[in-house]
Design a protein around this ligand. Structure first.
Ligand code: NDP
Ligand code: 8X3
Length: 264
């Protein structure tokens, strides 16, 4: 925890699921002398989370910011709009992401294709480009952590997930290239790839149909968002020379994207 003292952590998609749990986990691990910038489109939810953290860890300063990562102008205006005391970002957690539908080509809705790429890929790249200049002003070529939330889906495409899987494969490729490009700096490029986690992910996938989303988790025991949050905070809290470059996390019943043991 001492290694996180004084850090400023920026999380995208902090209003739900893995992003929200990550915010709470950072605050729990380093309950004083920590700054959290929580971003997402649902600002009211972020404010509620800020209040919750304020009660649990009053020594943590929380800044909720409305930010749609799929809108390039919002991302480029974001850093300049940060109050002075939150500008020295140390850790960027690129978590915002979504899946839409299960359609297969040639029947995939063009709007769904666009929103998945604009959020999961271009949004993540734009956030990275916005924050890297801050990291690069620091000693030895630069310091700071970029933690990208990929997915098993980026390693292993499955039917009905072609676009989502392609976006996460793009995240993986971008992340690997970045780590190579920044080799002469102290900047750490970290990818964490969850398997099945129960969040709002499937509710979003099925356009708000909760019953359909619940079916995904029937007979299995998915990870909780807290499980992934612990890995994110662990990665950020390692000694500076330690880079958790690439981590795949499954629940015990899962061995591949579509290999699950279901209790009937
Ligand atoms: P949730 O739907 O619970 O959370 C997604 C978060 O992303 C929300 O906070 C949402 O906030 C935010 N978000 C979505 N679109 C945008 C946008 N355009 N701009 C800013 N924020 C946005 O899902 P998860 O917690 O499961 O998802 C988090 C990450 O984990 C995603 O990248 C997902 O692909 C990945 N993942 C999830 C797995 C799972 O099984 N659940 C497995 C592997 C990876 P808001 O709506 O307020 O903008
Ligand atoms: C989410 C995991 O395999 O359900 O990234 O798409 S999967």
């Amino acid at each position: 925890a001492a290694r996180l003292k004084g850090k400023t952590i920026l999380i995208t998609g902090a209003s739900s699921g893995i992003g929200k749990s990550t915010a709470l986990e950072f605050a729990k691990t380093q309950p004083e002398d920590l700054k959290l910038i929580l971003t997402a489109r649902r600002i009211d939810t972020l404010k509620e989370i800020a209040t919750e953290i304020g009660k649990q860890a009053p020594g943590v300063k929380v800044l909720p910011v409305k930010l749609d990562v799929s809108v390039p102008e919002e991302v480029s205006a974001f850093v300049g709009g940060l109050p002075q005391e939150f500008r020295e970002v140390d850790v960027l957690v690129n978590n915002a992401g979504l899946v839409k539908g299960m359609a297969q080509a040639p029947d995939i809705n063009p709007a769904d294709i666009s929103v998945m790429f604009a959020t999961n890929v271009t949004g993540l790249i734009n956030m990275t480009q916005a924050i890297l200049p801050i990291f690069k002003t620091r000693a030895d070529g630069g310091r700071g952590d970029i933690i990208n939330i990929g997915s098993i889906a980026g390693r292993e495409p499955y039917q009905g997930g072609s676009i989502y899987c392609a976006t996460k494969a793009a995240v993986r490729s971008f992340t690997d290239a970045l780590r190579r490009e920044l080799i002469a700096t102290r900047i750490r490029i970290i990818e964490i790839d969850p398997g099945q986690v129960e969040t709002e992910f499937s509710v979003v996938r099925f356009g708000g149909d909760k019953a359909k989303a619940d079916k995904v988790y029937e007979g299995v025991e998915p990870l909780t968002p807290d499980d992934i949050a612990e890995v994110v905070v662990f990665a950020a809290g390692r000694r500076e020379n330690v880079v958790l470059a690439d981590t795949l996390v499954f629940p015990n019943h899962q061995a591949a994207a579509t290999v699950m043991h279901r209790k009937s």
